[in-house]
Design a protein around this ligand. Structure first.
Ligand code: S3P
Length: 437
């Protein structure tokens, strides 16, 4: 929890130029700690994201008796305790702002022998948790939430879980991962069917730890009774962090940005597909595979964007990038229409409302709908906007300043540290003028 209002003042003018590597992928970093802790042997991680969300996951496993060395310059050595080696924590596990930590841990912990309570900050305790507690209960877990179905989650130990065959009502990688992790402890086979493809880092990483996961179309299954063997993990740069600079470059004339070693897992590249459809100039260079995850360098140069109707199949593939994509839409010619994205309302903030309000303050015609937004491209005026404590909203309005006539002041930015602690520093390297107060 942050008490002080951290304000970003982003100054106009300028373009983005340079060659950088953004920090490690948040989703993969979380999973590296979780699976490394449950493995047998020492897992070495490089490129780990040293941001508050992933540090919360790390602290949780330390509190359950796992020895973790680091992080030092993105390196961790995790002394795995095996699937049955976790110890009861002395206190509730505080997961801060991190929905991924809470939802994945709820599954991983539902099959342990000890009781545990999961809690978090004022944003996390408002987010929906029934999407995980309901299927976990169907597996035999005993989990209590508040009346509203929110955290704190009280998980009772000693439940015997049974595998289920679950069709997810929402396309959520967190729910899928939660159930696969519970499936490690459940009798028989646990299967999850997704309504649309979502990020598959859990499945890939389980395979990397030598634990087979079977996929048949949109259904994935895991069988209990196996073990995880320690491995090495090289975490690629986070495409969700790269997206701010991709869009910064795409909207500011004269820009030319090179982003190194970015994860381009096809379940994460919706932002590239959407921007290209808007006319953006994005090159994918030297595509390669690192530890089971596709990686490439990206070069983005300014080119005028046009408004589009965003294809609904890209929504889960770009789910974290919409705040920044709304800025791209505000700078494009014509109208951009997003539908099928009601999930944005239950992220770290209600991202549809937070972005529509900020864009309106900045003089853009942005009309929120229950499941998306209609944005007419225009010109920003300066002004003060509220990020609502949402890291991605804060960073999105920062890059908007590239196209504003006077500075944009963004309030409540402390949570940028949850996913991208050196955002301001890297943004400055590329030419964005941001002051922090
Ligand atoms: C994540 C999945 C996504 C995403 C979140 C990270 C993950 O959430 O928004 O930032 O690491 O599994 P949902 O799966 O709930 O859509």
């Amino acid at each position: 929890m942050h008490d002080k209002d951290v304000v970003f003042t982003a100054r106009p003018g300028g373009r983005m130029q340079g060659d950088i590597r953004v920090p490690g992928d948040k989703s993969i970093s979380h999973r590296s700690v979780m699976l490394g802790s449950l493995a047998e042997g020492v897992t070495e991680v490089s490129g780990f994201l040293q941001a508050e969300d992933c540090l919360a996951t790390m602290a949780a496993f330390r509190a359950m008796g796992v020895e973790i060395e680091g992080p030092t310059e993105g390196r961790l050595r995790i002394h795995g305790v095996g699937l049955h080696g976790l110890k009861p924590p002395a206190a509730p596990l505080d997961l801060g702002n991190s929905g991924t930590s809470m939802r994945l841990l709820s599954g991983l912990l539902a099959g342990q022998t000890f009781d545990v309570t999961l809690t978090g900050d004022s944003s996390l305790v408002r987010r929906p948790m029934r999407r995980v507690t309901e299927p976990l209960r169907a597996m035999g877990a005993r989990i209590d939430t508040t009346e509203a179905g929110t955290a704190p989650l009280h998980i009772a130990g000693g439940s015997r879980l049974k595998g289920i065959d679950y069709a997810m009502p929402v396309a959520s990688a967190q729910v899928k991962s939660c159930l696969l992790l519970a499936g490690l402890y459940a009798e028989g086979k646990t299967c999850v069917t997704e309504p649309a493809p979502t990020r598959d880092h859990t499945e890939r990483m389980l395979a990397g730890f030598g634990y087979p996961v079977a996929r048949d179309g949109n259904r994935v299954c895991i069988q209990s009774g196996g073990k995880l063997s320690a491995t090495r993990i090289d975490v690629p740069a986070d495409i969700s962090s790269a997206a701010f600079f991709m869009i910064g470059a795409a909207i500011s004339p004269g820009s030319d940005v090179f982003l190194r070693h970015v994860g381009i897992n096809p379940t994460r590249t919706g932002v590239i597909e959407i921007l290209r459809e808007m006319g953006a100039d994005i090159e994918i260079l030297d595509p390669r595979e690192v530890g089971g995850e596709p990686v490439a360098d990206l070069r983005i140069r300014y080119r005028e964007l046009r408004g589009i109707r965003i294809p609904e199949h890209t929504v889960p593939l770009a789910i974290d990038e919409f705040p920044a994509l709304f800025i791209a839409a505000a700078c494009a010619t014509g109208e951009t229409v997003l539908t099928g994205a009601e999930e944005l309302r239950v992220k770290e903030s209600d991202r549809i409302q937070a972005m529509a309000d900020g864009l309106t303050t900045l003089g853009i015609d942005a009309r929120p709908t229950p499941d998306g937004m209609v944005i007419r491209g225009g010109s920003f005026r300066g002004g003060a906007v509220d990020s609502r404590g949402d890291h991605r909203v804060a960073m999105s309005f920062s890059i908007a300043a590239l196209r504003a006539p006077i500075p944009i002041e963004i309030h409540d930015c402390a949570n940028v540290a949850t996913s991208f602690p050196n955002f301001v520093e890297l943004a400055r390297t590329l030419g964005l003028d941001i002051e922090v107060s």
